[in-house]
Write a protein that binds this ligand. Structure first.
Ligand SMILES: [Zn+2]
Length: 195
């Protein structure tokens, strides 16, 4: 599976993560100012993945099964699962059939060469038919397939990003949630999908 995502533009998903860190640092400073901090301990920064979602080894995951494929060990329960299942279903129906054993979901790990957690670490990313669309390789889909992928992405109103659209190193197997946990765009898309 892919585990090597790198940020592609400055305006990317680092924003929710940074703002969260700033908040936590602010809270820590307030505690110090109040003299309540014992032993000089500094609260650890809560880990978030690149897109601002909590990254942890223990997350509430749900298995998803689309066509012949599942995405072990699953993705984050709730709205994220609804959206990523939709993406996988559309991919299976309009891009190419998903292969059993070639698709992946949650994986707790940092991006190689970075201190940042991959969006797989928050259960907010999936890889589709990984062996046919390896990390860093461009042009693994036909023009028609790319058009079908962009149709799916377009339907998702900015909530989902495709790794083939990264400005830097491409990751054509990869789809991820592209908004933070508090974005109203996510429940709006779920409503649209369910509607
Ligand atoms: Zn991936």
């Amino acid at each position: 599976m892919c585990s090597e995502h790198i940020p592609t533009t400055a305006a990317e998903d680092t924003k929710p993560s940074l703002s969260r860190r700033t908040l936590i640092r602010g809270a820590s400073a307030a505690v110090v100012a109040g003299g309540a901090l014992l032993g000089g301990a500094v609260p650890a920064l809560a880990a978030t993945s690149q897109n601002g979602w909590p990254a942890s080894e223990k997350l509430p995951l749900t298995a998803i099964k689309v066509g012949k494929a599942d995405f072990p060990p699953g993705v984050l329960k709730g709205n994220v699962a609804v959206v990523l299942t939709y993406v996988a279903q559309q991919f299976n129906a309009h891009v190419e059939p998903l292969h059993d054993g070639w698709c992946w979901g949650f994986s707790y790990r940092k991006i190689s060469g970075s201190t940042q957690y991959s969006n797989h670490s928050s259960g907010t990313a999936i890889d589709c038919n990984a062996p046919d669309h390896p990390l860093g390789k461009e042009g693994t889909f036909t023009k028609a397939q790319v058009a079908a992928i962009h149709k799916i992405i377009s339907y998702c109103d900015g909530v989902v990003r495709w790794g083939g659209d990264y400005n830097g190193r491409k990751d054509e197997m990869h789809f991820e949630i592209n908004v933070g946990p508090s974005s109203p765009k996510l429940p709006a898309l779920v409503k649209k999908i369910k509607g």
